[in-house]
Design a protein around this ligand. Sequence first.
Ligand code: BGC
Ligand code: CA
Length: 345
Amino acid sequence: MRAAKMIRAAAITALGLSFLWGCGEKETQDPEKISVGVTSYNQSDTFLGELLGAFKEDLEELERGDLSITVTIRDAAGSQRTQDDQVRELIGAGCDVLCVNLVDRADPSEIIDLARDNEIPIIFFNREPVAEDLMQWDKLYYVGADARQSGIMQGELAAAAIQADSQIDRNKDGKIQYVVLEGEPGHQDAIIRTEDAVETLRDSGVKLEKLSYGIANWNRGQAQNRMEQMINQYQNQIELVLANNDDMALGALDAYEKSNITETSLPLVFGIDGTAAGLEAVEQSRLAGTVYNDKEGQAEAMAKLAVAVVTGEGLEELDIQEERYIRLPYAKVTRENVHEFSCNQ
Ligand code: BGC
Ligand code: CA
């Protein structure tokens, strides 16, 4: 009895000691905590919603016994002022690294100054600051893709489809009557995608006639609106719709669904992104094709870079060009290979 008591007492003392010892080691044994602050230009953007979903999952996967990661995401709702305030607040709350999807990609100076004054690295993503701004400080990065490549690929997809099917030129005038649905003016992906898609089509020998264009700011509802106006004006003359992203391509399809244009007079519609809804529309042959904007790759690069810039480990494993840029390649998506992409989702 006495012996048992003594053993128990000894065990309790040992526990207590190990507890105290644990406390003493606190500094080195606690996991390193990384707090990531994110602000995006507009929460309702489909592509960014999917990208940030993947980003959160990637950060969770990067957690280890000795590393815990928290992430705070803010929506700037289209206001650069709001975004500047959010950055101030995120820095004030103690974040270690910022991921910024600029509202106005030409106006990052306030954010850069705030971050530099507080020694907080910034990973810009999806909306690319001009090179001079990115060169202002060596803790600034950009993760995205090469807009030209997406335009060229969209042009190649359209050229291949037109050359494979003489019915696309419905009025048999030897030219393809087309319209463009454009993203926000000033966004690196809007003008460049349009120019390169059209140039690639021309270079492939396709004769083109531009009927009209509409600016729809990446947005499905706005695209439907613009497309309805163009259908009113041109009825069944439109043979090809080039949209700067999938949401606007889907908006064009919405407009056609509401119109009195018969199925045999529908144009070919191409998007860019490969969002869940975009891929589904390719699968159903409602979209003739899209160009995959590798959100999983971009999210993974952002997550790894965020951890690397804070811990100082793993930077060399990332494919960083010109000390600042990580760009993921685009890929062409058609009915034939769409399953390779949809199973990624
Ligand atoms: C995507 C668009 C998105 C835009 C937002 C582009 O790269 O293709 O879908 O709306 O980025 O900045
Ligand atoms: Ca024609």
